[in-house]
Design a protein around this ligand. Structure first.
Ligand SMILES: *Cc1c(COP(=O)(O)O)cnc(C)c1O
Length: 360
């Protein structure tokens, strides 16, 4: 079976973890700080705060900006549930703006229509490894005095206008094992704002800067040194991982070219695509997925149900009609793209997909 995702972990990660375990210092410590410094430098941000997950990074980003009850945050309905749920956690209301049909990212024109006097922030998602339209989004934010919190959980190292994602507003990254780099579970908040960075670090540790002095309400959302050293090794390999993903994408796109039932992913001018997913729009999507499964090729549908149609959002009285997202949910299929694929694997994927559409 060619899996849809596979973390690349080697001897360096194992040795680094062994060293931390041997030291006996296994909670948040000096390695977390080292990882924060390395990650902030990588993204071109002044500050970074390591946390327990991408979800925690989103949640803390909102809280650090003071977003809560009575506030509205405009976000994408075509994402992992964590994006919108992080807004719910704070008591604020997620407001969904439909997406662009080519990048699957939030559509700036649709954002504009959703702004009300209660809107405090925009939370774009850089889906599949491709930046949202940050030029337009930052302009809307500036014009309307809104905060921007970027869900960069799928886009480590992706660029827009020569700047890395996560450095436009406050960034949130995930290091879950299927992401472009991993720490096992883990996340990172990035910012140029010293006050936000300090607040984030307090919120992750029970609102405390000085031990046993709790200034604000916080949580336990820390990262461990065990996770941080995995992250340090993985960050050193990230550009190589990304190059391998991009090369695999080129091979797939070349191989799938000309198939009438398939629309390959696009990379917009002024953007780099880091291909967290290689996602096509596919005619007879579910049949194709079943056919590929028979051929031992794993695929994924990210995401089959837009967030506004999830049961918990229906329960919250969400009744939006967001046609571009709803259509995408029925048509998208992600093919394996991770760096561990061999050229034989890639040829298999192309061959099987061609075979499916040529059969009938
Ligand atoms: C993975 C992911 C998250 C959540 O990250 P976790 O580390 O799993 O909490 C949030 N948003 C998007 C778009 C993701 O892909």
């Amino acid at each position: 079976m060619i899996p849809i995702a596979k973390p690349m972990l080697g001897k360096e990660e194992i040795d680094a973890v062994t060293e931390v375990l041997s030291s006996g210092m296994i909670a948040q410590g000096p390695k977390v700080e080292e990882f924060e410094l390395a990650f902030s430098e990588y993204t071109g941000c002044e500050y970074a705060a390591a946390v327990s997950s991408g979800t925690a990074a989103l949640h803390i980003a909102l809280l650090a900006h003071g977003i809560g009850k009575g506030d509205e945050v405009i976000t994408s309905p075509f994402s992992f549930i964590a994006t919108a749920n992080s807004i719910l956690y704070t008591g604020a209301k997620p407001v969904f703006a439909d997406i662009e049909s080519d990048t699957y990212n939030i559509d700036p024109e649709r954002i504009q229509e959703k702004i009300t006097p209660k809107t405090r922030a925009i939370m774009p998602v850089h889906l599949y490894g491709h930046s949202a339209d940050m030029k337009a989004i930052m302009e809307i934010a500036d014009d309307n005095n809104l905060i921007v919190i970027e869900d960069a959980c799928q886009s480590h190292g992706a660029e827009c206008l020569g700047k890395k994602v996560g450095s436009f507003g406050t960034g949130a990254f995930s290091f879950y094992p299927t992401k472009n780099m991993t720490t096992s579970e883990g996340g990172m908040l990035t910012t140029d704002d010293k006050e936000i960075a300090e607040k984030a670090k307090m919120i992750r540790a029970h609102g405390s800067k000085v031990r046993y002095m709790h200034e604000i309400l916080g949580f336990n959302l820390r990262m461990t040194d065990i996770a941080a050293v995995i992250g340090l090794v993985q960050l050193g390999k990230l550009d190589r991982f990304t190059a391998a993903r991009q090369k695999n994408a080129e091979i797939l796109s070349a191989g799938l070219k000309g198939i009438a039932g398939i629309v390959s992913p696009v990379t917009k001018t002024n953007c780099t695509h880091v291909f967290h997913q290689y996602t096509v729009r596919a005619e007879k999507r579910d049949q194709l997925a079943a056919f590929l499964k028979e051929k031992e090729i794993g695929t994924g549908v990210y995401y089959p149900i837009p967030i506004h149609k999830q049961p918990i959002y229906r329960e919250l009285e969400y009744r939006d009609f967001l046609p571009v997202s709803e259509k995408a949910a029925e048509e998208v299929l992600s093919l394996p793209i991770h760096p561990t694929l061999s050229s034989d694997d890639l040829q298999e994927i192309v061959k099987a997909t061609r075979e499916f559409y040529l059969r009938d």
